[in-house]
Design a protein around this ligand. Structure first.
Ligand code: ZN
Length: 376
């Protein structure tokens, strides 16, 4: 057992100073004061000068690496466990991307098991950018029902020169397959959507929602801060009840080309009246961050970082005036709810003991606990 003594707790709502007791990988008690514990059985954790917050949920990481848009030499490396530890991330969603030929779902699953063995929690999407989709069992529904780690499909690319240019009917079919797989296995069957910078923006999603019975909440579009116009389209999508996700990995060059940094996008959406339950940030860790010129030639390529998730949360608070509660919610409770991870994203009795101690003054990550164990 571990006892976080008199911790200032953001659950992510601020619930004040509490004793938080964890055991067997779970949070087992949260009380004003927990007394009379056998001291030989309990490790007491000092929380002086720190705040206790949920472990971060990063809803999009290319854990087996990604990219290659500039040829084989530009394939990006796998995620290392150290990236998660440095950034306070205790749950990641692993995805394939543009390359589903040399990166496979089998490899994605193997890497997710490896990261689990190293201490964090990992879930995955079946499929990739492309249509027809890659699967393990031959069916999206079957993958989600039969393979525990698969909680949805994605990131399916739309409005992007690297997408399969799929139409509304094809996307409806995919979404219903994911939805049914989710319904039958107690998962959300999320359809993660990679949105590129073509002018169609989110129109395909609107078409699917209008033409079918698939609810708007089945979709989880990401990279919505890619440019000003897409951010505006995202705000409209959210006003209709949809979820939107902002990408925290970026470069100076990408920002100079018009990307709105994730922290700023979060603040703007909150100011526009979108509820924090609909807003999330993800790192797009280990993705390639290609920059193309107007002719479509690749002119720069960097690698996404998982640690940018935490940095953007801090930036949202310190630079853009977002409350600590809202900034934390966008990388804990909101993604956990959207993904249907009921045991993640909150400091609450019976949830997993995924916890971060952050320094009170600058929100730096001091220590990370995943399923009750400290990660080092
Ligand atoms: Zn993407």
């Amino acid at each position: 057992m571990k006892l976080f003594k008199q911790a200032n707790v953001y659950a992510p709502e601020h619930i004040g100073v509490k004793d938080v007791l964890i055991s067997g990988g779970k949070i087992i008690a949260i009380k004003d004061k927990i007394g009379s514990l056998d001291e030989s059985l309990v490790e007491f954790i000092d929380t002086e000068g720190k705040i206790l917050v949920p472990g971060f949920v990063d809803s999009l990481v290319h854990i087996t690496g990604g990219g290659g848009e500039g040829g084989y030499a530009t394939r990006t490396p796998e995620m290392e466990i150290q990236d998660a530890i440095l950034g306070g991330v205790t749950t990641v969603i692993g995805v394939l991307g543009t390359d589903s030929i040399t990166r496979s779902l089998e490899n994605l699953l193997a890497k997710s098991h490896a990261l689990e063995e190293q201490g964090i929690s990992v879930y995955c999407y079946t499929g990739s950018y492309h249509f027809p989709v890659v699967t393990i069992t031959g069916s999206v529904t079957k993958d989600i029902m039969m393979i525990e780690k698969f909680i949805g499909i994605g990131e399916v690319a739309i409005s992007d020169h690297r997408s399969s240019q799929l139409n509304a009917q094809e996307l409806s079919r995919l979404a219903s397959e994911a939805r049914i797989g989710g319904m039958l296995s107690g998962k959300k069957g999320v359809v993660s959507i990679h949105v590129g910078d073509e002018s169609e923006e989110l129109s395909l999603l609107h078409q699917v929602v209008e033409q079918s019975d698939i609810p708007i909440t089945q979709f989880y579009p990401t990279h919505i801060n890619r440019n000003r116009s897409l951010l505006n389209a995202g705000i409209e999508f959210a006003k209709q009840g949809g979820f939107i996700d902002f990408t925290t990995s970026t470069t100076e060059q990408i920002l100079a080309q018009g990307e709105v940094c994730a922290a700023k996008a979060l603040a703007e959406c909150l100011n526009a009246g979108i509820t924090i339950n609909q807003l999330t940030m993800s790192s797009d860790g280990n993705a390639s961050l290609p920059v193309f010129d107007l002719q479509g030639n690749l002119i720069d390529l960097q690698v996404g970082r998982v640690t940018s998730l935490h940095q953007s949360m801090v930036k949202a608070v310190l630079q853009y005036g977002v409350s600590i509660e809202d900034a934390l919610t966008s990388i804990t409770k909101s993604p956990a709810n959207i993904l249907g991870l009921n045991h993640k994203g909150r400091i609450q009795v019976n949830r997993d003991a995924d916890l971060n101690l952050l320094s009170e003054d600058n929100l730096n990550v001091c220590s990370v606990y995943a399923k009750g164990e400290i990660l080092t």
